[in-house]
Design a protein around this ligand. Structure first.
Ligand code: 13P
Length: 253
């Protein structure tokens, strides 16, 4: 069965004190009224333990994810974080291949394939990001770009492995710009991604795959986006830093 998910990607934001306040506020609000979806927060890695401890105190109303993982297993890779480390802290999810990682840190589909492999070895669910740049959409290449990202990074996995993945479609031109994809644009791309999965892994796997939308999704537009049959939730940036907005988004199903 396909699961609806709302995940907050805090990116490189919050001090320790702000992180603690945000996580406590989100949990208080979720405790009052649980939403109709799984709620995930992905804070900076230095706050993962904090987030996980808080979530534990609230009966795990919240799942916790990391924002990145190393493609290597362990060893002399200063500053990197291994999947085994995340697993030893009981992380549920990890974002892989966010467009900011592709753009600023030069991450390639080949590298992302290794990151996904490391996570799957440690039973952490990857949230795999894909999405086109504005020029690519304007040139009419958006479907091809997204198809290549998915094919090159993911389609060598077995269907059992693939069934652990969450896909996040994040058109780069919509991230942090206030320029959301229309509900029709999101639905069109999500249906296309699902058709690619169906072609490769069969209808059941495609039907069961959670596909999130990300890019200026907020408390005002989440309902309209999530109402589409192939949009199974959101990966939220800016609006996930405000507890009220984030929980409103999670309650938009
Ligand atoms: P915004 O919601 O701030 O546009 O960011 C989306 C995003 O990049 C989530 O990963």
């Amino acid at each position: 069965m396909r699961k609806n998910i709302v995940a907050g990607n805090w990116k490189m934001n919050t001090t320790f004190q702000e992180a603690e306040e945000l996580i406590a506020d989100i949990l208080d609000s979720l405790e009052e009224q649980a939403p109709n979806c799984e709620v995930v927060v992905c804070p900076p890695s230095v706050y993962l333990e904090l987030a996980s401890d808080y979530a534990g105190d609230y009966d795990n109303l919240l799942s916790i994810g990391a924002q990145n993982v190393s493609e290597y297993e362990k060893g002399a890779y200063t500053g990197e974080i291994a999947a085994s480390m995340l697993a030893s802290m009981n992380m549920d999810y990890c974002i892989v291949g966010h467009s900011e990682r592709r753009k600023y840190f030069g991450e390639t589909n080949q590298q992302l394939a290794l990151k996904v492999e490391r996570l799957l070895e440690h039973a952490i669910r990857p949230i795999f990001c894909c999405g086109e740049q504005l020029e690519e959409r304007e040139a009419g290449n958006h479907f091809k770009v997204v198809e290549n990202q998915i094919r090159e990074a993911l389609f060598h996995f077995s269907s059992d492995e693939f069934s652990n993945l969450v896909i996040a479609y994040e058109p780069v031109w919509a991230i942090g710009t206030g320029k959301t994809a229309t509900a029709a644009q999101a639905q069109e791309m999500h249906a296309f991604i699902r058709s690619l999965i169906a072609e490769k892994y069969g209808n059941q796997t495609a039907e069961d795959t959670t596909i999130l939308y990300g890019g200026s999704c907020n408390a005002a537009n989440a309902k309209e986006l999530f109402a589409n049959k192939d949009v199974d939730g959101g990966l939220i940036g800016g609006a996930s830093l405000k507890a009220n907005d984030f929980v409103t988004i999670a309650r938009s199903f």
